[in-house]
Design a protein around this ligand. Structure first.
Ligand code: SF4
Length: 329
């Protein structure tokens, strides 16, 4: 029996290079080894984007197209949309009843997001409880492995605590501890050197046309100490160099040499990088274009995923209800 992996993304906008190296490339490896369940978690998107909710449906379909274009294979993995499987909310409700408020109020990500996201009002009941929905997402499929970055470890610990509390209160061993698969995600900053984010408009999207990839690459911040062409640069202080390390590691040594010896200017250096990025994105976009022509096929794939996800979810929710209510209602 292969172990079950659960992972998800919120459909809040276009996918970018950060998603490719931070999640999708890792998912491609995972789907070869495990039973993977990949969710487009639109309820989570609604929690933050409830005022722009009309965009979530388009983003959901777009996300499925991006996943497929990057190689996520519906024959190997389950791809589904969270709101198509109502058991997520049922389990969330049950888990909400037993999750102490203090656990949610202490959540460092919650506090950080309230501080940092000033464009939306996140002081809502749902947003405080989003780790409970995350716990429900994972526990519904009894996933034993969850690929995450180190910063998300407190969330997974919260899922484990909620699962243990459920088991303890209802004297069951229904949920076992899920483990993190710590992803060695390279830190990819946006083109302006800040955290890559849709709100900063500093990301190169997987669906950006070649011309836009070039323009965005040319706009990238470089080593601030390199002012003239004859000034030797400091690659380790340049965002462009870190992109080379991730997307064109075969060129890393050359870039280091031409930068530190001032043999090439930053414009040329960025031009070569944009060619390398396009080489990576072009096959994804060709596949993407082909897939986008047949949206009904994408909907069919998500429907197949819904059926498979629902079969697991319904079994779990029956067990959960039996444990909670002790007999059939
Ligand atoms: Fe950065 Fe390349 Fe310019 Fe060096 S030459 S500072 S690596 S853009």
């Amino acid at each position: 029996m292969k172990k079950t992996v659960f992972s998800a993304m919120r459909p809040t906008g276009k996918l970018h290079l950060g998603h490719l190296v931070g999640a999708l490339q890792n998912w491609l490896e995972l789907q070869e080894k495990y039973s993977c369940i990949f969710g487009i978690v639109d309820w989570h998107a609604l929690m933050g984007e409830y005022e722009q909710s009309a965009e979530i449906a388009d983003n959901t379909l777009d996300m499925a197209i991006d996943w497929l274009a990057c190689g996520i294979d519906p024959k190997k993995s389950i791809l589904f949309v969270q709101s198509h499987v109502p058991e997520h909310l049922e389990l969330q409700m049950i888990l909400s009843c037993l999750t102490p408020l203090g656990w949610l109020e202490r959540n460092p990500t919650y506090k950080e997001q309230l501080r940092e996201i000033t464009t939306r009002d996140l002081q809502t009941y749902a947003f405080l409880g989003y780790p409970v929905l995350q716990a429900a997402d994972i526990l519904l499929y009894k996933a034993s492995l969850v690929p995450i970055g180190e910063d998300q470890l407190p969330h997974l610990e919260l899922t484990r605590e909620i699962a243990r509390r459920f088991n303890h209160i209802y004297k069951q061993e229904l949920f076992s501890d899920c483990e993190a698969i710590l992803t060695k995600t390279p830190r990819l900053l946006g083109t302006d050197g800040r955290k890559m984010s849709k709100s900063y408009q500093n990301a190169i999207n997987l669906s950006d046309p070649g011309k836009m990839v070039r323009t965005k690459t040319q706009s990238m911040f470089t080593d601030p100490k390199r002012i003239k062409l004859s000034d030797p640069g400091h690659p380790n202080e340049c965002n462009v160099y870190s992109y080379y390390q991730i997307f064109a590691p075969q060129k890393e040594k050359d870039v280091y040499a031409w930068c530190t010896k001032a043999e090439k200017g930053c414009t040329d250096c960025k031009k070569i990088l944009s060619d390398a990025l396009w080489e990576k994105l072009k096959p994804i976009q060709e596949k993407r274009e082909h897939l986008a022509k047949d949206k009904d096929r994408i909907r069919d794939i998500l429907e197949e995923g819904r059926k498979k996800a629902s079969a697991i979810a319904q079994k779990t929710i029956q067990e959960v209800k039996k444990a909670v209510f002790k007999h059939e209602l």
